[in-house]
Design a protein around this ligand. Structure first.
Ligand SMILES: C[S@@+](CC[C@H](N)C(=O)[O-])C[C@H]1O[C@@H](n2cnc3c(N)ncnc32)[C@H](O)[C@@H]1O
Length: 350
């Protein structure tokens, strides 16, 4: 398109029309009003409250103890987005808006609710400039302490985070279990194993295997419940503790699933060092994570930086990190569309 080309219908220069469209598109991407309106709507529970016949602004404002004038502005924008619509009563949730209801069970509540771990953590993005400038996480800058300390202090954050972790794998567990030869390992240690749904599924699929899961309390207690529910408690031990301390010894495999990307290099080194020193001489360290440039998306990569000061490392970065602890990368498998599995052996063994 040349500078002088005009639209045949309107006579407006086409180049300036395209430029205007670009500006509008970028404004749409960058505006904070919509992401925050969705988060406040979910935090207030508006999609649930306005389901069915809906309700009037004054009634909802009184129920929620918020400003009726401001609530009307919020509902106006939610109506623009199609989340709610005008109704004889005032506003009601649309079919589309029910995607944000708590019983939709799609993970959005944890992601958007400002009082839940995921939603609270997302707001650390406001401090992205700090992260990009320093290369460090921004969560503590915003909240005064890091993500894990926050979870330790506020029980409801820990509960919502554990739920979020269990939920994210709900549909992927069969692939994670079937995509790798777990049966080679008589004894597997799941380091930072959360509520244990992955380990439970691995043990259920391989009755000859035993497992040992380590995580912080109260998550470790949740894992014990999972193992009982899945009928594998007789083969699954649980330890409450930190992976910065010595790990249960003698495992044939040390599993780190979505652990290393939560940490900067200094901490990732400490975790790998604990695995290497605890492993059986022929043991393996098995890392499951999104891998940069392979199975990671750029948005998630930034989230790891901002929230944890971590990142989705590339294969070469994993190789370098592990080599410092005598671990050699043996194999890389694309396990799901979001995660790879990296298998390391102690370099002295084959
Ligand atoms: C991203 S979650 C992954 C959980 C689990 N591996 C999974 O894939 O579902 C990270 C886990 O690391 C645990 N964690 C964080 N700091 C820890 C520490 N110092 N010691 C042990 N576990 C820790 C958290 O409690 C959480 O369960």
């Amino acid at each position: 398109m040349t500078e002088g080309t005009n639209c045949r219908l309107t006579g407006v220069p086409l180049l300036s029309f395209v430029k205007d469209q670009n500006v509008a598109a970028i404004r749409n991407l960058a505006g904070l009003a919509t992401p925050m309106a969705l988060r406040v709507a979910v935090t207030l529970g508006l999609p649930d409250l306005l389901r069915g016949d809906g309700a009037g602004v004054d009634q909802v404002a009184a129920e929620l103890n918020v400003s009726p004038v401001a609530l009307e502005l919020l509902l106006g924008h939610l109506a623009t987005l199609g989340i709610v619509e005008h109704a004889p009563t005032g506003y009601r949730t649309t079919e589309y808006g029910t995607t944000l209801c708590t019983d939709a069970d799609n993970g959005l509540t944890n992601f958007l609710h400002l009082g839940m771990a995921g939603g609270r953590a997302e707001i650390a993005f406001v401090e992205l400039m700090h992260s990009v400038t320093t290369g460090r996480g921004a969560y503590s800058r915003r909240y005064g302490q890091d993500f894990w300390a926050d979870l330790a202090q506020f029980g409801h954050l820990r509960v919502s985070f554990d739920q979020q972790m269990t939920h994210r794998f709900r549909d992927q567990i069969p692939q994670l279990v079937a995509g790798y030869d777990w049966a080679r390992f008589p004894m597997i240690v799941d380091v930072g194993g959360g509520h244990g749904t992955l380990l439970a599924a691995i043990l259920a699929a391989h009755p000859q295997m035993r497992g040992h899961l380590l995580d912080l309390e109260p998550t470790a207690a949740g894992a014990s419940r999972t193992f009982r529910t899945h009928d594998v408690a007789d083969r699954a031990q649980v330890a409450a503790g930190s992976f910065f301390d010595p790990l249960p010894e003698g495992g044939d495999a040390y599993l780190l699933c979505d652990i290393l990307h939560d940490w900067d290099d200094e901490h990732a080194h400490q975790i790998l060092s604990r695995c290497a020193e605890a492993a059986h001489p022929t043991g393996r360290v098995v890392v499951i994570e999104p891998v940069g440039g392979r199975r990671a998306n750029t948005e998630f990569d930034l989230a790891m930086l901002v929230i944890f000061g971590g990142r989705e490392r590339r294969i070469e970065e994993f190789r370098t990190l592990a080599r410092a602890h005598g671990l050699a990368l043996d194999a890389v498998t694309d396990l799901t569309d979001q995660r790879c599995l990296l298998e390391f052996r102690l370099a002295a063994t084959r």
